[in-house]
Design a binder for this molecule. Sequence first.
Ligand SMILES: [Zn+2]
Length: 436
Amino acid sequence: MRRVVVPVLLVFAALSAPSLASARPPATYTWCGTGETTANRVPDLEVTSDQQVRFFYAIPSDGTDNFQATADGIVNDAAWIDQWWQAQDPSRTPRFDRYPFPGCTSPWGQLDIGFIRLPHTAAYYTTRDSPSILLDEDLAGDFPGTQKSIVYYDGPTRNDQICGETDYLSNTFGGDNGIVYLFPQSACGLTPIGSGSSAEVAAHELLHNLGAVADQAPNECPTSQSHVCDSKQDILYPFLSPDSNLDLVTLDVGHDDYYAHSGSWWDVQDSAWLEHLPQFPFSLSEQGSGRLVARSGTLKLPCDAGCTSLSLDNGATVSVLAVPAAGFAFSSWSGACSGTAPSCVLSVGAGTSATATFVKATLRVTAAVTGKGKVTSSPAGISCPGICRTAFAVPVRLTAKPSPGWKFTGWRGVCTGTRPCALSATASVRAVFARR
Ligand SMILES: [Zn+2]
């Protein structure tokens, strides 16, 4: 992470490339949300990772609230960035935070947009050339460390040639370091939001915040750090052309500087804030009575009692643990998981579903240990000390293993001798270990 102020600047018409006709977004979306909240709306629709990009609309304490009028434009910017990104790289798109608003059938209408009324007046934020450092100070600590934020600051700016800004190159951090700003009231022609260059500026600043451009990039501009100067059509060219928009620019011309390049320096294509496409539907279900503890990476999935048609990234790794209810035992998996061990690890590379079957427990096993050693079971379930009592639907074999410096002297209870102990009915056994 480097702290650098990386604005995209308006270029005057006389200095710009010939103006190209402004394209329209491919579709016009309407935001499904209502209300103004700063907090993340839960549940999130994106469940592969909590490293998500969230949009905000922010005004100074004395600013006019145009949130409802701006929200549709922000939705169109998000949709446009998504479509543009996939056109540039079909295997990736930013993981934008979305929320299942009731009755919302449009995927982009579900964008989770936050609202912020800032603690200071418009005059305060115009005391410096750009407001981003002051905004960073006021927003510090407000956002989760996993979140990247795109903030549309609807207030006046002192230097209205600055269209947007981010204060960090931050390929591993979100939170305070993960904030991107857009300045709709600049002279950059970003309004109406969603109709032209606002999506381009948002994507430009987001790329900076995802870690572009590293100093090793061969075409980094000599006088404009973190930008590239090999082509005016590159989205990370330092200047915004009049009437430009996302469809007229390219994600790393030549793929040699910051995206899908073959160099050893940081590549934004590897960012954890990008989805790996295509996403696939993912479902878990259960028969009998129990609970499914499922995680994608460290993020818990809403699958305790089963889940249907979650969308997970291509290549996502999901771990599932089947935990039987009282009086039940885990029997087996079917579908994408198999076997009789209660834990299962899945790699998502297609539509994926698995079913855990729990059955009425027919035998309950209680194990105990004297001395130092461990008793484990096949099928898995007992791991004593730790888990010393559980129920099984099938016959069980217990194995005793002494700790270093100890030896197993034999079973007590229904088992005898030192060989593994086979049980086909409810029983209690004790393993006795003695010092060598
Ligand atoms: Zn820039």
